[in-house]
Ligand binder design. Structure first.
Ligand code: P6P
Length: 345
């Protein structure tokens, strides 16, 4: 018998008895996100041929220089979700404000997204990714009420709710689609000839401990001394009580959050982007980078923290607010929090 190929749609259909929503509107949104990222995978791979490398000539709301592919990726994603009547609004790194889609009275969901994370890597063919999260558009008390979702409704859902689904797509040596609806984390690899994402990583579990850490260590002189002590505990050639006989950790850092996160999810360890003198609240964005990835990693048994607060409990005040991020294996993230609080070290 040939190996059974499980497409995303088949995967959703097989879960319909437990998760009816996967053969309904939620499944339709995730399928459209997958469709958009198939297009993105193609566009990223041929950016240089299509003249889509380099800067777009503007900056986004958080002051990052927008790459041509950033803008194009945002357009592709919004286009894939427009007209469905299922997504009411999109909060994107590339848009200053929440974007309310047309004809969406009664649409049940809001999308948060970083359409092309790590886009500085596109000019050197490095890995990049898409990060996405889906929230209920209406507050619990007004669910079922047919109304047009406005910006304040979308922001209220993002501030007060938890994601109903989240995931990312890694455009690396392969194109990997990872998602969760809160019941397991599942990974699919794009078969370009079929044009289908096929299940290759069912029920991903983040190892309890790893052997790798990911950080931009060129900035460590500027970090909290307690964080420096934590990294010393991981990397000291001499064994210490925090490594229980394990060898010193290796450093892997790609400059693209999705690539470093995906490796950490599969192999364990910790990714960290702390605050420093340049980024006093951290560099990564809480709404459309930290929270969706935290939802994925926690559902795989990992942990995600701002250093002192669980990412998914971090209060959201503004759409583009930044947060420090410590994410990965439960053991390393918890130990890092203990160093930062002074309980360890
Ligand atoms: P640095 C890319 O710009 C990004 O937002 C993340 O994808 C990545 O983890 C981080 O910034 C890299 O930042 O300061 O190390 O270049």
């Amino acid at each position: 018998m040939p190996h059974r190929s499980v497409s995303l749609n088949r995967h959703f259909f097989e879960q319909r008895m437990v998760h009816r929503e996967l053969v309904g509107q939620l499944g339709a949104v995730i399928t459209q996100i997958a469709f958009a990222t198939k297009r993105l995978s193609l566009e990223v791979s041929r950016a240089a041929l299509a003249g889509r490398t380099g800067a777009a000539g503007a900056s986004n709301a958080t002051g990052d220089v927008q790459k041509k592919l950033d803008v194009y990726s945002n357009e592709i994603l919004i286009d894939a979700l427009s007209g469905l009547g299922i997504v009411a609004a999109v909060a994107s790194e590339e848009l200053d404000h929440v974007h309310i889609l047309d004809n969406t009275v009664g649409a049940p969901y809001v999308l948060v997204t970083d359409p092309l994370d790590g886009s500085s890597n596109t000019d050197n063919s490095g890995s990049v990714g898409t990060i996405w999260g889906i929230y209920d558009a209406a507050a619990p008390e007004s669910r079922g009420v047919i109304k047009k979702i406005e910006t304040e409704d979308a922001m209220a859902s993002i501030k007060n709710g938890m994601p109903v689904a989240a995931g990312y797509v890694l455009y690396g040596s392969g194109t990997i689609f990872v998602y969760t609806i809160g019941d397991g984390v599942h990974g699919f690899t794009l078969d370009r000839e079929l044009g289908e994402f096929l299940l290759t990583h069912p029920n991903i579990r983040c190892p309890e401990k790893g052997k790798i850490y990911a950080a931009n260590v060129s900035r460590q002189h500027d970090w909290d001394p307690r964080l420096q002590k934590f990294l010393q505990a991981l990397t000291d050639p001499k064994p210490n009580k925090y490594r229980s006989g394990q060898k010193a950790y290796s450093l892997r850092y790609s400059g693209a959050l999705v690539a470093d996160l995906h490796r950490t999810l599969l192999e364990g360890g910790i990714f960290l982007y702390p605050s420093d003198s340049e980024s006093k609240n951290g560099k990564l964005r809480q709404v459309y980078e930290c929270a969706p990835l935290a939802f994925v990693v926690e559902n795989a048994g990992g942990r995600a923290s701002s250093g002192s607060v669980r990412v998914l409990d971090t209060p959201v005040h503004t759409l583009h607010q930044r947060s420090p991020l410590f994410i990965g294996s439960a053991s390393e993230v918890a130990l890092c929090e203990q160093f930062l609080s002074g309980e360890a070290g």
